[in-house]
Design a protein around this ligand. Structure first.
Ligand code: ZN
Length: 276
């Protein structure tokens, strides 16, 4: 197995929303805000090459939205999903599986591209993976989450016939060496891959722990549907992670790709920042 970090670009989100109850005086030392209180975040995806399969975990926000939409999220940086795949010798057509942790636009928007007036899969040879419970809430969203679930990212996946459900139970293997953990705090039934990478566990944190700073317990995003569930889920996962020397992979940290953890008198903290 080989792992590759794939950067699908950077974007901006409101610093207050990203840090929940944490005061700006604290978070802006970690991730300084611009004049509109927006901070820069990565859309960092993970490509798992098993030899037989090329599995892409999440795919950024894509490029099919209009200027008004992108005006809200300020995509920036030189890297794109295509250029980052190409850097490692891959194209969209090589991807056999697109695993979607959840269907918020900044995780699944690269799934679908515009072709004239049609919306078609960006990965023509891939099976797309979601789960039934998450799909049901994403296609019938509550008012608070509606702006993150865009119909044009989601429905064409099903219409293409390339969609399948992940049916592994919590902690079970979905594919050899890839277990799935389910969490409910950020959104309904988000899936977090726990990868056995040649004997070392790499945990894809998605929006449970979007950046290294969010390892700290009170740092929970205001976007989360059930912040107290996030707190408990973080506590459980971080304890397991530090006890077993896992590496955490951050989807949104603007700089830190992967880190180790240390136990500091019962508090789990970041150890070393590393790259794959
Ligand atoms: Zn999300």
């Amino acid at each position: 197995m080989k792992l590759y970090t794939i950067i699908a670009g950077y974007f901006k989100l409101d610093g207050g929303a990203m840090h929940g109850v944490v005061p700006k005086s604290m978070w802006q030392k970690v991730n300084p805000a611009d004049d509109n209180n927006m901070c820069s975040w990565a859309m960092r995806c993970l490509l798992i090459d098993t030899g037989d399969r090329k599995i892409l975990i999440d795919n950024g926000m894509g490029d099919k939205q209009d200027a008004k939409f992108f005006g809200h999220y300020h995509p920036h940086g030189d890297e794109t999903l295509a250029s980052s795949l190409a850097k490692h010798g891959f194209t969209h057509a090589d991807i056999t599986d697109v695993f979607l942790t959840h269907l918020h636009f900044d995780h699944c928007g690269g799934s679908i591209v515009r072709d004239g007036d049609k919306l078609i899969p960006a990965f023509p040879n891939a099976t797309y993976w979601s789960n039934k419970a998450h799909w049901a809430s994403a296609t019938n969203p509550n008012e608070r989450e509606r702006a993150s679930f865009l119909k044009e990212n989601i429905l064409p996946i099903q219409e293409s016939g390339q969609l399948k459900w992940v049916e592994a139970a919590d902690g079970e293997e979905w594919l050899p060496c890839i277990r799935i953990r389910y969490v409910q705090g950020h959104t309904d039934n988000m899936m977090l891959p726990q990868i056995d990478y040649n004997g070392q566990t790499v945990f894809f944190c998605a929006d449970l722990i979007p950046s290294a700073a969010h390892i700290s317990m009170p740092w929970v995003m205001a976007y989360d549907m059930r912040p107290l569930d996030t707190l408990n889920e973080k506590r459980t996962i971080l304890q397991e992670a530090v006890d077993n020397n896992w590496l955490l992979f951050f989807e949104h940290d603007p700089k830190i790709e992967v880190c180790t953890l240390v136990n500091d008198n019962g508090r789990v903290k970041m150890g070393d920042s590393i790259s794959l």
